[in-house]
Write a protein that binds this ligand. Structure first.
Ligand code: NAD
Length: 421
């Protein structure tokens, strides 16, 4: 059994491995299969010089990890952040494998990232970085091989550059190489808000399970980017009072509620979210401990740890971010009776609509936004029910149940595919 007392919460890969071990042990998996599917299949580290606008040249380091491709091509976003390293990308790639398997879409898991601070870079510098990084990892990616998407500090603009770079090298337009693209080059309606919409769908299921009426509840959202902003906006539209918000600069609190769109406009026009006048200023740590019914961490890993889990007051946590809660914190939250919808289920809406985007690209046939949202709800509601059934049967948390479902699906793919040669 794993010793949680000595466990280091600052390493996402340790978190991934421990979450895997807890579920694999319960499944009684064949040891060789457990070992095979826990670790990444392929890893590529690339180093290349980047010319900055002022003439300076700096050596950059990036990675692409294909954690697993047993159920289909690798799938996973690209992150630009100073903290990116091979171990973080390995963890994020593993989480993609389990996420795709939990919602039962035909992808494996992959992830990429470059260690850089894009917030201090010009658009031209970010474009050069993207094109060169994609060229460097081009032996691994492709519509049937490994399909990148947005993650922290990347978005539709980055995906447009990737389509162009990959297409130039192929000699024809190949838009199915990434998802999360702008609509005019084959993006899908509904993709931009898909991760957040998925968070709301699973939140509705969790609230129904707990007998909680969402309208009138208070919500706190950490992170105000693609996932956090749209989640806050969708909660606000659903009549949930968004009392707390934050970005990397700091947090805002107003028990009477904050209008997310107005706060976003302030952030965009001033570049300083915490100076928004309609709310009190807090730190990100204080934000997580606010009184509320719903907490959506939608920033980075390692936010809820053994240091603060005991002070969390929410009734439901929906993990918009990947890896926001450490295993020791999970135990504390469980003892407090806080219902956690784990990342690999809670934020799977993004990859699910990425799957829809890929299908539309391959078929050259596009769906309406209503179609996308209806199919998304169907998939997430089914996955939530399957995870809940395992959690109840095994008397375990939603996280371990989600891992059990996902790991068994990947393990079964290995069993039926067998070993080459
Ligand atoms: P983003 O770059 O659009 O936004 C990140 C937000 O978090 C920004 O508001 C940033 O200021 C804030 N932030 C960064 N560091 C912070 C800190 N230490 N404390 C508080 N806030 C901080 O990124 P995103 O795409 O919204 O991704 C957020 C999380 O959701 C990540 O964990 C990502 O892996 C996960 N995720 C994203 C998607 C997607 O479709 N974009 C899908 C699934 C999961």
């Amino acid at each position: 059994m794993v010793d949680l007392g000595a466990y280091d919460e600052s390493r996402p890969l340790d978190m991934h491995d421990l979450q895997f071990d807890l579920a694999a042990e319960k499944l009684g998996l064949e040891p060789w299969i457990a070992e095979k599917i826990k670790r990444p299949r392929r890893e590529l580290t690339v180093r290349f010089p980047l010319r900055f606008d002022d003439g300076r040249i700096q050596l950059m380091e990036g990675h692409r990890v294909q954690h697993n491709t047993l159920r289909g091509p690798g799938k996973g976003g690209i992150r630009y952040h100073p903290r990116v390293d091979l171990d973080e990308v390995r963890a994020l790639a593993g989480w993609m494998t389990w996420k795709c398997a939990v919602v039962d879409i035909p992808f494996g898991g992959a992830k990429g990232g470059v260690a850089c601070d894009p917030t201090t870079m010009s658009a031209a510098e970010r474009e050069r970085l993207t094109r060169r990084y994609i060229w460097e990892i081009s032996p691994l990616i492709g519509p049937e091989q490994d399909i990148p998407a947005p993650d922290v500090n990347t978005g539709p603009e980055t995906m447009g550059w990737i389509v162009d770079t990959y297409s130039v090298f192929k000699g024809y337009t190949c838009n199915s190489v990434v998802t999360g693209k702008p609509l005019c080059i084959g993006g899908s309606l509904g993709r931009l808000k898909a991760t957040s919409r998925g968070c709301i769908y699973v939140l509705e299921e969790a609230a129904r399970h707990l007998g909680l009426e969402l309208a009138g509840c208070r919500a706190v959202v950490q992170g105000f980017g693609n996932v956090g902003y749209h989640a806050a906006e969708l909660l606000h539209e659903a009549g949930v009072k968004v009392v707390g918000l934050s970005n990397v600069q700091g947090a805002l609190y107003n028990p009477a509620g904050i209008a997310p769109r107005a706060a976003k406009q302030h952030e965009l026009s001033t570049g300083d979210l915490p100076s928004y006048a309609e709310a009190e200023r807090l730190t990100n740590q204080e934000l997580l401990e606010l009184p509320c019914e719903v907490l959506i961490p939608a920033a980075l890993e390692g936010q809820i740890t053994r240091a603060n889990a005991g002070r969390i007051k929410a009734r439901i946590i929906v993990e918009g971010a990947n890896g926001p809660t450490s295993p020791p914190a999970d135990d504390i939250l469980k003892d407090k009776g806080i219902f956690v919808v784990p990342d690999i289920l809670a934020n799977a809406g993004g990859v699910t609509v990425s799957y829809f985007e890929w299908v539309q690209n391959l078929q050259k046939l596009f769906w309406t936004e209503d179609d996308v949202n209806r199919r998304l709800r169907e998939i997430l509601t089914r996955a939530f029910a399957e995870v809940m059934a395992i959690a109840q049967r095994e008397r375990t948390t939603m996280r371990t149940a989600a891992y059990m479902l996902a790991i068994e699906r990947v393990a079964e793919a290995k069993r039926v595919r067998g070993i080459f040669p």
